[in-house]
Design a protein around this ligand. Structure first.
Ligand code: TTP
Ligand code: MG
Length: 364
């Protein structure tokens, strides 16, 4: 059964909002980020207008370098308070087009519109309607990719930026991908691309005819993820994340009540990793970690630790959990159940450190 998935991504989001609100900024190289202090400033570029991109400027570039490349650009500090409501308004428009809606960052979301389409022409019409509505109501532009998998829809939304729509039908996937650089595959970034270069692979076309077993031999489980993406076989669903969710927890009852630390630790590690997969996928950071312990006599305790800044890191979380556990290690009773809860959430913008490994761990 064919699927129709849209990936919508706003164009130079922060810069677009600034230019919408100040006509002076339109059509000019505009850089949103740290203060350049005439080339001596520290910090980075958050984003920039497409006019600024012509000078080679991009997100995460040191602001001093951006200043060198285009000192006559207009520099503005980001004003997050302004962007959040615009993002909410965009998401509310998108949600009207499908209940199967997944926000993935402040300016990016997937929609599964399979129920509303018989073919890709229908999907394209919906993409146009969305684009027009966003532009008319909010005065900014969105680029939309459409395909039957999330990964190809995402690559496609980037393809005709800004203000573009790109539809990739199932039988067009290989042709569409073959001339693109390998870093367009989600999860292949600056660092991982080196492995591919060593094997003489630069374009996705260099990977396309390699059979699965060989890709797995060359790149392990990463190879499997790549094979799925380039063959249009990424099966990930558009998942609706309940924005009202306040916490995520998991608990496990031991088969036999236990006081063996190794057994308890293994269980904690397992639960911790599983919850982090969800947290990473849904781009959630937390400030509070809670440990729950039920002893053999059913007496139950919870202990929490809150930290001052949001994190999403399983190693740090485990340290906190083990610190909370210390208190109970004195007890001379066996444990029946153990659980972990993460709460006090903050939705992060983008998880920028995602590497291929994380992708494969999450999606395999
Ligand atoms: P992106 O969608 O990655 O970038 P963009 O919308 O500015 O440009 P594009 O047209 O290529 O989609 O990120 C959305 C916003 O998130 C961006 O406007 C600013 C912010 N951001 C940062 O603050 N730092 C970063 O490194 C990145 C990548 C984005
Ligand atoms: Mg964007």
């Amino acid at each position: 059964m064919p699927r129709y998935i849209l990936h919508c991504d706003l164009d130079c989001f922060f810069a677009a909002v600034e230019a919408r609100d100040d006509p002076e900024l339109r059509g000019k190289p505009l850089i949103i980020g740290a203060d350049p202090k005439e080339g001596k400033g520290r910090g980075v570029v958050s984003t920039c207008s497409y006019e600024a991109r012509e000078y080679g400027i991009h997100s995460a570039m040191p602001i001093s370098q951006a200043y060198k490349l285009c000192s006559h650009a207009i520099f503005r500090r980001p004003s997050h308070k302004k962007y959040r409501p615009v993002s909410d308004n965009v998401m509310n428009i998108l949600k009207k087009y499908s209940d199967v809606f997944q926000k993935v960052s402040i300016d990016e979301a997937y929609l599964d519109i399979t129920d509303k389409c018989e073919n890709f022409e229908d999907a394209k019409k919906i993409a146009h309607e969305i684009k027009n509505e966003v532009q008319e109501r909010l005065g900014i532009t969105v680029s939309i990719g459409c395909s039957s998998t999330k990964s190809i829809a995402k690559i496609a939304s980037d393809h005709n930026k800004p203000n573009g729509i790109c539809v990739v039908k199932d039988d067009e996937v290989k042709d569409f991908l073959k001339n693109l650089h390998i870093t367009r595959i989600p999860g292949i970034g600056k660092k991982t691309k080196i492995h591919f270069y060593k094997n003489g692979i630069k374009k996705i076309g260099d990977l396309i005819d390699i059979p699965l077993y060989k890709l797995m031999k060359m790149f392990g489980k990463h190879g499997k993820w790549i094979w799925r993406v380039i063959n249009g076989l990424d099966k990930r669903k558009v998942k609706q994340f309940s924005e009202g969710r306040k916490s995520i927890s998991k608990e496990r009852t031991f088969y036999h009540d236990t006081d063996e630390f190794d057994v308890i630790l293994e269980k904690l590690e397992d639960i911790n990793i599983r919850i982090h997969k969800t947290l990473i996928k849904e781009k959630i950071s937390y400030r509070t970690v809670t440990l729950k312990i039920r002893f053999e006599d059913f007496e139950t305790f919870t202990r929490s630790k809150s930290i001052s800044y949001p994190i999403c890191n399983h190693n740090k979380a485990l340290k906190i959990i083990l610190n909370l556990y210390k208190e109970f290690s004195e007890y001379k009773r066996k444990i029946r159940l153990i659980g972990i809860k993460f709460s006090n959430f903050e939705r992060t913008n983008k998880i920028r450190q995602t590497n291929l490994c994380t992708f494969c761990d999450i999606y395999s």
